[in-house]
Design a protein around this ligand. Structure first.
Ligand code: SAM
Length: 316
């Protein structure tokens, strides 16, 4: 496949992600009033996939909310390859406050997002009246929301200056989010983002959610199945396990890094009452398969704080 066809395939993965999220919402695993408007063809996913979507979502939300709650100062979030993600709307509906929430994706994807937002008053109301459109209706600039179109392979040269002309502030705590995004990029390109975020901000945090363990039987079957759809997880060989996921940050200027797989999130970080609740939603009898799947996804996070007192807060 040439580059532009490969990019088409990568853009297609957004539809998968949002369809899975709606399936988990419809089955009662997670609450999100907004995702239904971003799905073209709803589909019910298997109990294992729904559980995975649930754990992924709780794990990421816990870290994001922790970041927003530390210190009462202005903060910003940069969602890399945000696709049809509805987290901004969900956080706003919970009255969460931030200086600005940036979302970046290819123009083909952001154009669809703009259309959906314009179509549903519930979405545009959360963004506010002062929102302006730009770049052929592929971008939105509002007081605490900024949807930008572009290619993350040009993050440092092209996206950063454009973010800065739209209110990005290097001096305030910043959270970068890559949820199933950098895994599709060459590690040369994604590493530039990781490096830039460590060396150009005073306080920053990075959260990654993606596949690991490409080499065991389950992992190689997963890669083969994706390859049949022309999807290549380019980053997985550079960061194939929890240790290398941490090292990606520690070797690039980040001071603290952690990486856990979805089994660990499921077993250690989710309220047992919640686990009991989701067990009643759908019958899950393939526990072995669930554990295998969950071992192949990880959440890694890193942070860098220059102020000693803040370090303590992040360590909690
Ligand atoms: N983060 C969202 C989520 O988890 O729901 C979407 C994930 S989807 C699997 C991957 C997204 O990354 C797609 O929307 C795709 O267009 C975007 N993406 C991948 N490579 C990109 C690049 N080089 N520049 C901009 N966006 C990119």
């Amino acid at each position: 496949l040439n580059t532009s066809n490969q990019d088409d395939v990568i853009r297609g993965t957004d539809e998968d992600a949002v369809t899975s999220k709606l399936s988990a919402v419809n089955m009662g695993y997670i609450k999100d009033e907004y995702v239904k408007w971003f799905v073209r063809r709803p589909a019910r996913r298997s109990p294992i996939i729904n559980r995975g979507t649930y754990v992924r979502n709780i794990g990421l939300d816990t870290l994001i909310i922790k970041f927003l709650e530390i210190d009462d100062v202005k903060k910003q979030i940069v969602s890399l390859g945000a696709g049809s993600d509805t987290r901004y709307f969900h956080l706003k509906s919970l009255s969460r406050k931030f200086h600005k929430y940036f979302e970046i994706d290819f123009p083909e994807i952001t154009a669809k997002k703009v259309l959906t937002i314009r179509k549903h008053k519930e979405l545009s109301d959360l963004i506010g009246d002062d929102a302006k459109l730009g770049k052929d209706n592929t971008e939105i600039y509002a007081s605490d929301y900024c949807l930008l179109s572009g290619d993350l392979r040009g993050f440092v040269q092209e996206m950063v200056p454009w973010m800065e002309s739209n209110g990005f502030d290097r001096s305030i705590p910043t959270l970068f989010l890559s949820e199933c995004v950098m895994i599709y990029m060459d590690s040369n390109d994604s590493n530039k983002i990781v490096e830039w975020a460590a060396s150009n901000l005073i306080t920053s945090m990075f959260i990654v959610y993606e596949q690991i363990l490409p080499n065991d039987v389950f992992g190689s079957t997963m890669l083969q199945n994706l390859r049949l759809r022309n999807i290549e997880l380019r980053g997985i060989h550079a960061y194939p396990d929890l240790e290398s996921q941490k090292e990606r940050f520690l070797s690039r200027g980040w001071i603290h890094a952690e990486a856990v797989d979805i089994n660990k999130v499921h077993d250690s970080y989710i309220d047992p009452k919640e686990l009991a609740r989701i067990s009643r939603l759908e019958f899950l009898d393939e526990f072995e398969e669930w554990h295998l799947l969950a071992a192949h996804y990880c959440i890694a996070w890193a942070y860098k704080v220059t102020d000693e007192s803040q370090k303590l807060l992040y360590n909690k």
